[in-house]
Every structure is written in C-alpha cells, then in structure tokens.
Design a protein around this ligand. Structure first.
Ligand SMILES: Nc1ncnc2c1ncn2[C@@H]1O[C@H](COP(=O)(O)OP(=O)(O)OP(=O)(O)O)[C@@H](O)[C@H]1O
Ligand SMILES: [Mg+2]
Length: 396
C-alpha cells in the first residue's frame, strides 16, 4: 500500500512536470507567431482598472468582455473566460494557435492572450462601433449611418469573412455561432466576425459529426440542433438568418409580436410565396433602399436557410449572389428548415424558449432534453460551454 502511494505520487509528480514542460513548450511556440502577445494578468488587470464594472462591454456565454487601455495606449476588448469554460492550458493554446493564423479584413484579429494559473483571457482590438446586434436592435437603431448601403456592405463583408473561413483557410473552419452579437463593426462600419472560440476544425477521419452542439437558438439549422452536425452548411443557415435580420431590422424571434409574426424566417417565406417580400424591409429605412437589391438579399437569405443542407449555396456563391454577379431571378427556392416547427412550438427543449437563447448540449443529451438559458435583450447573459479542441473540417 505504502509502495503504491509512493509510486502513484512519483508518477503524478512526473506527469505534472511533463504537463508543465509541454505547456511551456506550447507557450514558447505561440510566442513565435508574429503580432500575438502573451500578456500578464497584472497588465490586463491594470488595463481594465481591476476589471471595473463600468468598463464592462458585455457578457456572453464564455465570460465577460471589458474595455481596457493597454500599456502602449491602445484600446482593447479583453475577454475574460469564465472558469467553467477554461480547459487545459495546452488545449487553450492549441485554440489560440488556430485563431492567430487566420487573418482577413472581415475577421476580428486576436491581439494576444493571458494564461496564468486559472486565468484564461483573450485580448482583441477594441472595435468602436460595437456589435451588430446593438446597431440593429439597440440604441444605434435608426442611426443615420445604418442606411441601406451600409447594410449591404456589412452583409457582403460577413459573407466574405465566412467564405475565407469555409473555403480559403486550410483546413476549413466552421464558425458554429454566427449571429448578430458576434459581428463587430469598426469605425468605418466594416463588419468583422468575432469569436472563433467555437470554431472547430474537424479531423479528416471524423467526418462532420461533432460531439457537442453550441450555438444560439434561432440561428441554428435544424439538422445541427437535432443531430448535432456542425458543417459549413449549418454556418450558411445561420448566415441566412442574420441576412434576413439585417434587411428586416428585427430579431429572428420576437415573441412579443402577434401570432404569425414571431418567427422572421416563417414570415419571409410566406411573403415570398405571395410575392410581397418588400413589405418586410426595415421600416426605419423609410423606403430609402434599392427595391430589387433588397428583394434579392431576402431571397439569398431564403436560399441559405433551405431545409435541405445540400441546396444551400456555398459562401463564395452567396457573395456573388449578393453583389449581383450571379443572377438568382429564376432560382427555385425550397421551404426553409424551421427549428421552431420542430422544437420551439412543440417544446422539445423541455422549457419555454426565449429569443436568442444559447443552446449547449452534448449529442447524448439531444432528443432527451437540451439546455436552454434565456437571453432576451442585447445586454443579457447567455451561457455556454467552450471546448478548445481543434478539429479539422473536411465536410461538404
Ligand atoms: N472587440 C470588441 N470591441 C468592442 N466590443 C466588443 C468586442 N468584443 C466584444 N464586444 C462587446 O462585448 C459583448 C459581449 O461579447 P461576447 O462575445 O462575450 O458575448 P456575445 O457575443 O453576446 O455572446 P457569445 O458568448 O455567444 O459570443 C458584445 O456583444 C460586444 O458588444
Ligand atoms: Mg461574442
């Protein structure tokens, strides 16, 4: 017995030493990547004035985001991951490694990170105009700058960012949580996709079936919510929902609206069938938009949200459709896949769902009961889990 304790302690010590060495090696490797800094906790604590409440920009499923001023004077958005979401240091560093090599105008760039004891912190550039949900549904609503041309630029920017993740990064990246709050706007209102924490890269032998679903209600493709399959097609579905939100200027789910109207996707489909799509364009534009273009954007949204994943266009095709380089006038559009029909109305989730709840569940849980926490306003909290496994996507 004594001998067993002695051996297991020695093994444990050597394992700890081995892990520490591996972590140090991983930090060393990441520190070689240009333009990504390793920050000390102390520096980030000072930058945010001890994580002062007044400096808090918001809170998401993975922790709180603070505005902070770094030692060199630049403003940063400092995302403090909650303890629950912090995984092993090596997994965290592996994820950082993935994020840092991805570089595109329409993707938020990671400035640096902090990994110290239990602390896991990501440092991003501070983007002046905040997130798209605030512009669309919050105080920025009706803002003169948020006119039709700006909306088009934002939609195309998001589509280009996603095209890069889906088709240009090798191996491809599935974002998994495309939604209005994950689109940030810089001072010129250029759209930047944020939060690659959920992005996973699937290994070739793993097909496209993931072990964990993480996303936000209303943006989830039915096949992802039901079977836990995250593919580029499920991202395209979420993009389609977001596109409809931008054109119509409303959340995809709003239970305060009269019957028939809470589900945007359902409404757009009905208006498409009756040839009245233009009625849905955001009234705050006061009719100041290009009718043909708005109609095209809504149709692209419907194409992206078709029930059959294989019918959804690729993101590079979406870009061409939005810019008018591909004509979609005669394109047949099939009925959208609406999760509301399966899950929300029939209450499969086990509790009443609220707009833009965050859903997290293992595939084991699916079909039994999914966890859903409510988040009805843009400053509300949503909860999620984060797994820093890097998986490579070779799905369609
Ligand atoms: N780089 C940034 N610049 C400016 N504001 C930011 C930045 N990053 C995040 N924010 C603000 O902080 C808020 C919280 O972001 P966070 O990603 O934690 O939550 P979320 O996007 O609502 O949910 P999720 O956890 O699902 O991503 C955002 O809504 C945004 O307004
Ligand atoms: Mg976010």
């Amino acid at each position: 017995m004594t001998c067993f304790c002695f051996c297991s302690r020695r093994n444990r010590d050597s394992l700890t030493a081995h892990t520490a060495a591996a972590e140090a090696a991983a930090i060393e490797e990441i520190s070689k990547i240009p333009n990504v800094r390793l920050y000390s906790y102390e520096e980030l604590r000072k930058a945010t004035e001890n994580f002062r409440f007044e400096n808090k920009l918001g809170q998401g499923g993975f922790g709180s985001v603070y505005k902070g001023r770094l030692r060199n004077g630049t403003l940063a958005a400092i995302k403090v991951l909650s303890m629950d979401s912090s995984q092993g240091t090596r997994e965290f560093l592996a994820e950082i490694n993935v994020i840092t090599v991805i570089n595109h105008d329409n993707l938020v760039k990671l400035h640096g990170y902090c990994v110290e004891g239990q602390h896991r912190i990501l440092v991003y550039p501070y983007l002046e105009n905040g997130s798209l949900d605030k512009m669309l549904f919050g105080r920025g609503r009706g803002n003169i700058q948020f006119n039709w041309q700006t909306r088009c630029k934002i939609c195309i920017g998001i589509a280009q960012g996603l095209t890069f993740l889906h088709e240009e990064v090798q191996p491809h990246v599935v974002h998994r949580d495309i939604k209005a709050s994950n689109i940030l706007l810089d001072k010129d209102l250029t759209a930047k996709i944020s939060d690659f924490g959920l992005a996973r890269l699937l290994p070739s032998h793993m097909t496209h079936v993931s072990t964990c679903i993480a996303g936000t209600e209303g943006y989830l493709a039915p096949e992802y919510a039901i079977r836990g399959q995250a593919t580029r097609r499920t991202d395209i579905y979420s993009f389609g929902v977001l596109l409809l939100e931008i054109v119509c200027g409303r959340y995809n789910i709003n239970k305060r609206l009269p019957a028939e109207e809470p589900y945007l996707l359902e409404m757009v489909w009905k208006h498409h069938e009756t040839g009245q799509l233009l009625e849905l364009v955001d009234i705050s534009l006061h009719g100041d938009f290009e009718a043909e273009e708005a109609c095209r954007y809504l149709k692209v949204g419907l194409l992206c949200t078709q029930d059959m994943p294989n019918l959804r266009p690729s993101m590079s095709t979406v870009v061409k459709m939005l810019t008018g380089d591909i004509d979609i006038t005669d394109q047949t559009i099939s009925k959208p896949g609406m999760l509301s029909e399966f899950m929300l109305r029939k209450d499969v989730l086990g509790k009443k769902a609220e707009p833009n709840s965050k859903l997290t569940s293992t595939t084991e849980d699916l079909g039994k009961q999914s966890e859903s926490t409510s988040s009805s306003g843009f400053m509300d909290t949503s909860y999620g889990t984060i797994t820093f496994n890097s998986i490579f996507d070779r799905s369609n």
